[in-house]
Design a protein around this ligand. Sequence first.
Ligand code: C5P
Length: 412
Amino acid sequence: MSLTGKRILLIIGGGIAAYKALDFIRRVRERGASVRPVLTAAGKQFVTPLSVSSLAGMSVHEDLFSLTEEANMGHIELSRAADLVVIAPATADLIAKAANGLANDLASTLLLATDKKVLMAPAMNVRMWLHPATQRNVAQLARDGVLFAGPVDGEMACGEFGPGRMVEPLEIVAAIEKALASSTAISLAGDGPLAGRKIIITSGPTHEPIDPVRYIANRSSGKQGHAIAQAAARAGAQVILVSGPVAIPDPSGVTTHHVETARDMLDAVEAALPADIFIGAAAVADWRVDNAGAQKMKKLTSGAPTLQFTENPDILASVCARTKDRPALVVGFAAETENVIAYAQDKLVRKKCDLVIANDVSPERGVMGGSKNEVHLVSKTGVESWPLLDKDEVARRLVDTIAAHFKKGYGA
Ligand code: C5P
């Protein structure tokens, strides 16, 4: 999608990642969009108004009470004369202000006054990001319809490692394209349809070691499971995502636990229980290597080594089998390359779940690792087939379906 003619209002907060906002301005303008910059007082400590306005090709707005700035363009007009509001870096302070509706400087006033979509690219120290106050604020903003790009795991300027690093400028550009392409209106509803519900979701593949440097994996990207986690958080749920090794960022407003093996995944799921809803979207390895090497296996003169396999625990089946704290709704996935619906119906009965989302993952369909999915919802009441959709859209529809069925008691 081209950004030609789009108008981006960019709020630059006060963090070391502000330097990336300069490159971001260039990337956006290269794509034909205009950038009207706003610099917070803290942002000014990291980048200068001169560099920002030179790159943006227009003057930078800094002050709520500036007579000259207000005379040129009042803050209400400024907040609305844009197609999208982007905050990069979005600091803990800006996020907290926006989540609570404060309006004591130009940036926070614009956020309260705007009727446009808002996209935040958070950047802060890992402890600040993981602090319950920030997570609460992010969850609130997600419920208010604010979109998030990142943060991602990485080394911080302060020397710590973990989630809190701002995504790269081109990833913010990609998020802008997505935000502008989607017609979903900003939800102004306070609480979403899953408010007050706790959901545990597994996503991605598992890695089963052969030795300390080799492993067995599968082609799952985690895109569908992560999209469901994001959609559930936006619908107001408290979301615990247990993710195998994936190359995509953690969804925002979600508590993500990273695991490697099926056994680690089961431990993390059990530790997160009880929950109202469990969704097993992970492509869990059915087997692990029983005779995995404690050291790297060496080439043998006698030929290739023989790997012995043993069965992994079935996470979905064991969640369904819990007696005291079985979630009220358990959803499984059935990724198959043939007899898709029949196998899903079998899984529904055998694993005792309430709903199975079946999809055809034959390589020619490009579902595994791709961005689209064509699913069939298999329950004891029948089969509902959806057309080929973006995985984000599948996630939104699934969350709506769950919320609706949950309301009246799924399968009741
Ligand atoms: O048995 P199969 O792998 O086809 O079932 C798929 C469903 O079961 C998915 O929801 C997947 O997350 C879950 N599963 C699991 N633990 C396993 C294998 C599959 O939770 N060991």
